[in-house]
Design a protein around this ligand. Structure first.
Ligand SMILES: NC(=O)c1ccc[n+]([C@@H]2O[C@H](COP(=O)([O-])OP(=O)(O)OC[C@H]3O[C@@H](n4cnc5c(N)ncnc54)[C@H](O)[C@@H]3O)[C@@H](O)[C@H]2O)c1
Length: 348
């Protein structure tokens, strides 16, 4: 089955166009929409371009809409697409709250149109190797895990009017930059149970936080720490996991901590088993190409729900971190340890 996709928002949308082009048996680019027609044309090739999202949704030759618009538009544009009979691939953050995510999930059930959040950093060979070991039950208990997202963003970045404002960015560096690293950690260790956070706006004259520090617990008792800023003169991302049987550390490439090289140091008792499992790891596609291949596989398999639940743990963490920073209190998620995905508690 070959699905026809339209891309909405043509800046990061360019990376999506490249991934779609890399999978010609799975997808065809059928439209590009941007308020700026020149920008749309820049990634469209011979595909029709438009500036009218509502008009695009009326086309019956489009199966999937990929949303790469500013963050505050994602929730409403996703709803509109589902109601118009399109599946949605949506850039992060799909929504600003877990409650909004629930609404989109309900709409999936009503319309049969599925939502796939863009978490392309789950699809890197370094992180995939760790997941490969976890899936073979080789890690043991989690002691601690940490993620640093020490990025550099200048005034030019915040000149883009939707950035740095709560109403349009839905948060600051936690919601926009660190979210990938935090999702990578949670995709291995599971949801968080409790969260204490401090945030600060120290680097730029903006409304949202540009520095953050979080301490959290995972549902099975591991201790987690997350540090984020856009004021690092040496841009770095780094993930580190200390399990009972393995210490794993990512690369420090600020934009690609999910890719090789990672270091894996096993305990003496698991050295042979972990070495054998790593030798058996077969690398496939990475990043956006791997993400789109997974979307295609889900649709062909006739899944009844998309992958909104993938986004839930990191959104709950982020939402709880904001609630903690506002209140000065530790936030406990309401159903830790249950089969249900976590929920953030609201403190006004
Ligand atoms: N997954 C990733 O690694 C990654 C990387 C960068 C950005 N993002 C996310 O992608 C989104 C876009 O980021 P960006 O950096 O490309 O932003 P941007 O502001 O540079 O580009 C957004 C584009 O959307 C267009 N647009 C705005 N409103 C529109 C509308 N109603 N209809 C059609 N087009 C519209 C704008 O004209 C612009 O070209 C953000 O939510 C961001 O968080 C994700």
């Amino acid at each position: 089955m070959r699905y026809r996709i339209a891309i909405v928002g043509a800046r990061i949308g360019g990376k999506h166009a490249a991934a779609i082009a890399a999978l010609p048996d799975c997808f065809e680019l059928a439209g590009v929409c941007d308020l700026d027609p020149a920008r749309a044309s820049g990634i469209a090739g011979t595909t029709p371009v438009s500036t009218d999202y509502a008009g695009l949704l009326e086309r019956d030759d489009i199966d999937i809409v990929t949303l790469c618009t500013p963050s505050h538009l994602h929730f409403e544009q996703t709803r509109m697409a589902q109601q118009a009979g399109k599946h949605v691939v949506c850039e992060k953050p799909v929504a600003g709250t877990v409650e909004d995510l629930d609404q989109l999930a309900r709409l999936e059930a009503e319309t049969g149109r599925l939502v796939f959040p863009v978490l392309q950093k789950r699809h890197g060979h370094g992180l995939q190797k760790l997941r490969h070991l976890r899936d073979r039950d080789l890690l043991g208990r989690l002691y601690v895990a940490s993620a640093e997202s020490h990025w550099s963003r200048g005034a030019d970045y915040y000149a883009n009017p939707w950035r740095g404002r709560l109403a349009t960015e839905l948060g600051g560096t936690l919601m926009t930059h660190a979210i990938h690293q935090h999702d990578m950690v949670l995709s291995i260790v599971g949801s968080v149970q409790s969260v204490f956070a401090r945030i600060a706006t120290s680097v730029h004259p903006i409304e949202t936080e540009d520095c953050a520090s979080i301490t959290a617990t995972s549902v099975d008792g591991g201790l987690l720490s997350f540090s984020a800023t856009v004021g690092s003169h040496a841009p770095t991302s780094r993930l580190r996991f200390c399990f009972e049987h393995l210490t794993a550390e990512s690369s420090t490439d600020s934009k690609a901590p999910h890719r090789d090289p990672w270091s894996f140091t096993p305990s003496d008792t698991r050295r042979e088993a972990i070495g054998q499992a790593l030798s058996a790891f077969v690398p496939g596609d990475e990043d956006f190409v791997s993400l789109y291949r997974a979307v295609h596989a889900d649709l062909v398999a006739g899944r009844k729900t998309g992958r909104l639940d993938d986004f839930r743990p990191v959104l709950a963490l982020t939402q709880a971190a904001y609630a903690s920073a506002r209140s000065g209190r530790e936030i406990f998620l309401s159903d830790p340890g249950s089969a249900q995905a976590p929920r953030a508690i609201h403190i006004q």
